[in-house]
Structures are given as C-alpha cells and as structure tokens.
Design a binder for this molecule. Sequence first.
Ligand code: 5AD
Ligand code: SF4
Length: 463
Amino acid sequence: MTKRLGRMQNNPLQLNNPDEVTVNDRTYNIVTFGCQMNVNESAWLERGLKRAGFTPAPEDSARVHILNTCSVRAKPVQKVMSLLGRIEKLTNADPDVLVAVGGCVAQQVGEQFFKRFPQVRLVFGPDGTANAPAALERLLAEPGLKLSLLDFSAEYVDKEPLLNGPAPTSAYVDIMQGCDNFCTYCIVPFTRGPKKSRPKQSVLAECRTLVEQGSREITLLGQNVNAYALDQPDWNISFAELLYEVAAIPGLLRLRFMTSHPKDIAPEVIDAFKDLPNLCPRLHLPLQSGSNRVLERMNRGYTVERYLEIVSALREARPELELSTDIIVGFPGETEADFEATMLAMQNARFIDSFSFCYSDRPGTKSERFLDKVSSSVALDRLARLQAWQTNQREAFLKSQVGKQTHMLVESPSKRNNGWQGRDPYGHIVNIVSEQALPGRLLPVTIIEAKKHSLIAKEALND
Ligand code: 5AD
Ligand code: SF4
C-alpha cells in the first residue's frame, strides 16, 4: 500500500521536510501487556494510527510493530526482550520494519532498547503515548532517525478523540494518569509519574459521545480515581461530583470505576453508592495486606480497622455491594502471624474475588532495599492458601446466584450455542440463549447455573 502523507501542523514532531513524503505499506501490529490503562492507551494509539491512514495487520506482515508494556508483574523486561527477539527473527531483521516500545518498561529501560535491537527506533513512556503516532510518521519518513518520548508531563495530555462509528457496549474512560503515593513496593510512580487529572469537560464529552455511539456501561479509569482533581484545586470538583455528573448522562445504564485507594475514598463517594442506581454494586478496593505492621511498611496510609470501617459504610450505603481486592503476600518481613491477619481481614471483608501476587522487587522502589525478604517457598505457600480460600469464596458466591433474578447487559454473541454473552451488575460473565438479546440491551434474566468463573441464565418470566 502506498500513501501520500500530508505535512503535520502544529506538532512538536513536525517533519523537517515540509513537502509531502511517500511511504510504503502503512500497516501496524500492537501487542499490549498489563492493565486496563494500557489497553486503553493502546486503543488511543490505534485511533491515532488509523486517522493517519494506517491499517492493522498480523504480526508476520506488519511494517510497524508497537509493544505497549507493563512492569507491575514479574520479569517484565525479559518478556519484552523475548518478544523483540521474535519480531527480529520473524522479519529477518528487515531494517524497513519499525518497532516502537511504549509503556512502563520503555520508561524504565529507555534508549537501551536501541542498542540491543536496531529495529527499535521509538521508545515512549505512558506520558509519551499522545505523541507516538506523529513520531511514528516522522520515523517512517526519516529512516536514520531514532526518537525517545520519555519525559513526564506535568498536566494530563489529552489523546486521540473517538472515531465515528459504533462504540462498545462496555467502554473505559480515562480520568487521570500517574500516581504519587509511593507505596514502597510499587513501580508506578516511577514509570507513570505524578498524578495528573483529566479536565472534567473532556471526560464528560468522551462519555457522552460513547453513549451516543452505543455504549451503555462506562468504567472510569485511573491509577487512583479517588484522588481525581486533588492535583487541581482550582477546578472545584471532586471525584464524587464527577461520578454524579457522569451517572446523569441519559442512556448510561451502568457506571463503574477503578482503581480506588482506601485512604482517599471520600464519604461522598460512599454516598454515591446509595444515591446513584446506575452505579454498579461492585467495588475493587485493594487491601494489599491485613497486617497493620505490613501496611505501614508498605506506606499504604490506612489500618486494617479503617479499611473494614470503609467496607461497613459501603455496605450500609448499598447492602448488595460486593467487593474484590488486590493482595501481596510475602512482603519483606511478613510473618506467619501477619499473613494470618490478612486471611482474617479477607474473611471479614468477604471478598468475592481477588488478584493476589507474591511480592517481587521492582528496581528503584523503597522495599527493594528492605533486608528481611521472605523466601519464595514461604511466599508461594501463602499464596496457594490464600487463593484456595478465594476460589471457594468465588464459587460459593456464583452458586448463591442460582435461582436469582437479575439483569444482564448484553455485550456480544457467545462462541457456543448461538447464544449471547453479557455481564451481571457485579461484572460476572453471563451466558444466555435468548431471542430478545441484542448488544446494549439490559435483559431481565434468571440465573440457572454457576460455572467456575461465569453464570448461565435464561430469560426471566417477568421483570
Ligand atoms: N510485587 C507484587 N505485587 C505488586 N503489585 C504492585 N507492585 C507489586 C510488587 N512489587 C500488585 C499490587 C497492585 C497490583 C496492580 O499489583 O497488589 O495493587
Ligand atoms: Fe502503586 Fe500505591 Fe500508586 Fe497504587 S496507589 S499505583 S500501589 S503507588
């Protein structure tokens, strides 16, 4: 495919040559690692690339390869290196192939990628995402060039607006980026920089457009959504106020948000669970540990008693609310008694699900320097015990739904049985065979069976 490229206007990455340039084959392939924030940022990138005339292509034929990376999990750098090696092999190290590494690993490893892999000519951190499509255009036009976009921005940089066309039934909207809590184990403040909130107008405009284009459920996204606008006292808006404004968008059937930090959850956010019927009765609230000693060494800013107080207040506001959490086991210095305190807190909070991890060192974090590391066999044993408890809890909760009437928001046809797939208010996948199902429709259903991770429903006889 050959395309004529116009000159870029008002862009820091403007082409040196103001005349038009010719490039061949504007195809791209994106591989995304990690969290929903990264998935969202990849979607932004794709919109920017499509607007510039790029088309998606499989890994073995794309000219531009983009790896959007994550460094929260273990061995992230090795994973990225091995994928880069695979691309190099697959493309016979063709110098016309352009590889870009973005996201948190790019922020950490930076220009070292240039040395190891000559095809890598762009590295960009999370704050560089907005400029990445323009940088790729410039790199295609200037074959000798390499670029890095690794600076943190002080303000939220708005990225590609939505394309015209149908929007997903369930959509994600970014409301802030970055974090400056510096939990001692966490790499995020180093890779994503300090928190910066997205202006309310921009959040609301995106939500409204999504709903106009067919979305019925929106999840507001950010590293710590409860700290929304705390970096912008002049805006005179809190996260709770933003929630009320988004919830009021006509046609929005369901609203969710993640991730929340317990220390920043305001009483007004708890009230929102009472006041806003379209705010779903499910909250992901990372606890990390149930031991106050460990929480303090993690720099989490709350005690387990305070956490459980928040849980009670939330349940008072919305009795049917269900919670999930994140837990780290084997944090430096964690004793068996600390771990038992975590298990007790999990029972008290009655989490229906959790993401749990063995602690692992992240370069540059404070806890990397803690000397009292827990052996991996002890950590793995604790993780297995915690996950066994959680599996039982989750399965028991799903079983308890059998026979109940609820609503599923239909998302897409399911792979099996000519049926449909959607979600219940708690976010569990529900499968149904129904004549009435259509994407975006809120269907009254009765749950008839519980699987390990999902539910089966039939149409409810009455609403
Ligand atoms: N080791 C283990 N788990 C971690 N997480 C973040 N950093 C680490 C680390 N160094 C987990 C936390 C966080 C989730 C996204 O990843 O539980 O909430
Ligand atoms: Fe990391 Fe803590 Fe910020 Fe969450 S709140 S992103 S765990 S530093």
